[in-house]
Design a protein around this ligand. Structure first.
Ligand SMILES: Cc1cc2nc3c(=O)[nH]c(=O)nc-3n(C[C@H](O)[C@H](O)[C@H](O)COP(=O)(O)OP(=O)(O)OC[C@H]3O[C@@H](n4cnc5c(N)ncnc54)[C@H](O)[C@@H]3O)c2cc1C
Length: 479
C-alpha cells in the first residue's frame, strides 16, 4: 500500500510499501496505517467532535521512538500531531493526513518516596500517577478527571483539587525530558536548558515532545475530606452568594468550586438528584479528614441541599468521582473560560443565568476558586502568566448531536463574551479552550507579557514551527 501524508506547510508526499517496511524496522512500537488494526482506536479523541484520519501513527514505545518519529517528520517535512492523553478540547492531538506521534503506550510512573519525586512518562493519565503516588501517601496536584493526560494538562498549567495548597501542576514540575524539533532529547530543569524549562510550565506543546516529567509530590491522603452538596438549581440565587462569601475566608488547604449541571439517573448518585438540574458546591481539604471536616461543614448549609455527599474519602476515589460524567468519545465539546479578579454580583448574575439555561444536560458552567499557592508565584516565574485571578469561570459546552454543534458553540461564545465584557475579568485559561486557532487577543489574555519571551524560545527550539498543532506560539523573527 501507499500512504499519503500532508507536508508541513502545503502539499502532500507518499510513502511506498518498502519505505513503510523500512520505518517499521526502525521503531520499537507499532507503525499504524489506516489499513492496520488499532488505527481507529488510536485516532479516537476524548472529544467526540473530531473524526480525523492521520496518514500514519507511530505508537511510541519509548523516547527512542519519539526521537525517530520527530526525525522522520523533519526529513520528510511532515505535518505532525502529538498525542498525550487525548483530552485536548480543541482536538490538536489528531490531524488529517499528518504523522501522529502517539504517546498513549508510554504510561509508566515511578515514585521516589524518600525525595517525594514522581517521574511520569509523556503519555500517562492522572489515574496512573494517582495509583503510583498514593501507594506512598503522595500526590502530584493534577486535574479533577482521572482519565485526563498528564502531558497536555501540565504543559497548559493544570488545576484541580489541590492547587490552592500546592500550586498549579506546572508549578510542581522540577524537570522534563523533551525531544526537540531537531530530534534531540534534552533535559530541562532549573539548571539545564532553563529557558525551555520556563516555557514548558504553561506554554503548551509548542517546544517539543515531552517524553518524561518529574514532579515534586506532597503528602496527601490516603483519605481526605471531600465536600459535595447538591442543591436544586432553582435555589442557586441564594446559594451562590453564600458560597462566594464563604470562599473569601478559606485557608489554602481548601480548594472549592461550583458546578451547574444536570445529574443523570445512575445508581452512582442518590435518587433525589436523578435527572435534576443542580448547583453543586464541592471542595477538597488537602489535610487530614479530621481537620477537613469542620472546614468543609458549611458546604451543606448554604440552603437545603437535595443531597449532601460530603465525607472522608480515599484521595484516589475523589480523583475519579467525575469520570463517569465524561465518557470517552461520546460527548461533543467546546469550552471557553475567563479568569476573574473577583466574583462580583455582575459575574454571579451571568453565572446564574447561564447555569440555569444550559442547552444540554451535560453542558456545564463551573467556577473553581483560584488564589492561595497559585497566586504566590509571580506572573514571570513560569510561562503560565497572570496569577492574580480569584476564580475561573468556565463555560463547557458538552452535547451529543452533531446537528447541535453550531448553536451550542455559539451559546458558549456568547457566555464567554458576556463575562469577558465585565470589569473584573482578567484573562483566559487555555486548557479550557476549544478554539483550534487562537487569535492574538486570546494569546495576550493567556500569556500577557510572557508572549514575547515565549516566541523567542519557540524560535530557538522550533524555528520552523513544526509543533504547530497546539495553542500555537509563532516563532519570533530570526535574531
Ligand atoms: C474531561 C476533561 C476534564 C478536564 N479537567 C481538567 C482539570 O481538572 N484541570 C485542568 O487544568 N484541565 C482539565 N482539562 C483540560 C486538559 O488539561 C486539557 O484538555 C489538556 O490539554 C489535556 O491533555 P492531554 O494530554 O490529555 O491531551 P492531548 O489531546 O493528548 O494533548 C493536548 C495538547 O498537548 C499536546 N501534547 C500532548 N502530549 C504531549 C507531550 N507528551 N509533549 C508535548 N506536547 C504534548 C498536544 O499536542 C496538544 O496540543 C480537562 C479536559 C477534559 C476533556
Amino acid at each position: 500500500m501507499t500512504v499519503r501524508l500532508s507536508l508541513l506547510n502545503a502539499g502532500q508526499t507518499e510513502l511506498t510499501d518498502p519505505e513503510l517496511d523500512e520505518l517499521r524496522a526502525m521503531f520499537h512500537g507499532p507503525l499504524i496505517t489506516p489499513e492496520d488494526p488499532g488505527y481507529d482506536e488510536s485516532r479516537v479523541m476524548h472529544n467526540g467532535m473530531f473524526d480525523r484520519r492521520p496518514g500514519l501513527i507511530v505508537r511510541c514505545a519509548g523516547p527512542a521512538d519519539v526521537m525517530g518519529a520527530v526525525r522522520v517528520a523533519r526529513e520528510r517535512d511532515l505535518l505532525v500531531a502529538v498525542r498525550g492523553g487525548g483530552h485536548g478540547i480543541a482536538g490538536h492531538s489528531v490531524c488529517d493526513n499528518g504523522l501522529m506521534i502517539d504517546l498513549s503506550a508510554m504510561r509508566g510512573v515511578w515514585t521516589n518516596p524518600a525525595e517525594r519525586i514522581v517521574r511520569v512518562q509523556g503519555g500517562a493519565l492522572w489515574a496512573d500517577v494517582d495509583r503510583e503516588a498514593q501507594t506512598f501517601g503522595l500526590a502530584v496536584p493534577g486535574g479533577v478527571v482521572s482519565t485526563t493526560g498528564v502531558a497536555g494538562l501540565t504543559l497548559g498549567g493544570g488545576l484541580g483539587w489541590l492547587h490552592r495548597k500546592y500550586g498549579l501542576t506546572c508549578d510542581n514540575l522540577i524537570a522534563a525530558e523533551v525531544v526537540t524539533a531537531d530530534g534531540r532529547l534534552v533535559r530541562a530543569s532549573s539548571t539545564e536548558h532553563e529557558e525551555l524549562f520556563w516555557a514548558l510550565r504553561g506554554g503548551g506543546g509548542n517546544f517539543g515532545v515531552v517524553t518524561a516529567f518529574e514532579f515534586q509530590a506532597h503528602p496527601v491522603g490516603p483519605a481526605v475530606m471531600f465536600g459535595c452538596a447538591m442543591y436544586a438549581a432553582e435555589d442557586a440565587e441564594e446559594v451562590l452568594p453564600a458560597w462566594r462569601d464563604w470562599t473569601a475566608g478559606l485557608p489554602d488547604e481548601v480548594t472549592s468550586r461550583i458546578l451547574f449541571w444536570t445529574m443523570p439517573a445512575t445508581p452512582l448518585l442518590p435518587p433525589e438528584v436523578h435527572d435534576r438540574d443542580v448547583l453543586i458546591v464541592a471542595a477538597v481539604h488537602a489535610g487530614s479528614p479530621d481537620e477537613g471536616a469542620p472546614a468543609l461543614r458549611p458546604i451543606g448549609r448554604f440552603g437545603t441541599p437535595l443531597a449532601d455527599l460530603s465525607g472522608p474519602a480515599p484521595f484516589r476515589e475523589v480523583q475519579r468521582n467525575l469520570d463517569f460524567m465524561f465518557p470517552k468519545g461520546q460527548l461533543r465539546s467546546y469550552w471557553k473560560s475567563v479568569t476573574v479578579n473577583e466574583l462580583g454580583d455582575d459575574v454571579l448574575d451571568v453565572l446564574l443565568r447561564r447555569g440555569l439555561n444550559r442547552p444540554h444536560p451535560r453542558t456545564l458552567v463551573h467556577a473553581p476558586q483560584m488564589g492561595g499557592a497559585v497566586r504566590r508565584a509571580g506572573p514571570a516565574d513560569t510561562a503560565h502568566g497572570d496569577r492574580s485571578a480569584a476564580f475561573i469561570v468556565s463555560i463547557d459546552g458538552n452535547w451529543t448531536d452533531a446537528d447541535d454543534d453550531a448553536a451550542t458553540m455559539q451559546w458558549v461564545r456568547d457566555g464567554f463574551d458576556e463575562i469577558q465584557a465585565l470589569p473584573s475579568t482578567a484573562g483566559t485559561y487555555l486548557n479550557f479552550s476549544g478554539d483550534r486557532d487562537l487569535d492574538n487577543a486570546a494569546k495576550q489574555a493567556a500569556f500577557g507579557r510572557n508572549l514575547d519571551r515565549l516566541a523567542g524560545i519557540k524560535r530557538d527550539f522550533d524555528p520552523e514551527n513544526r509543533f504547530r498543532l497546539n495553542n500555537n506560539i509563532q516563532p519570533a523573527m530570526a535574531r
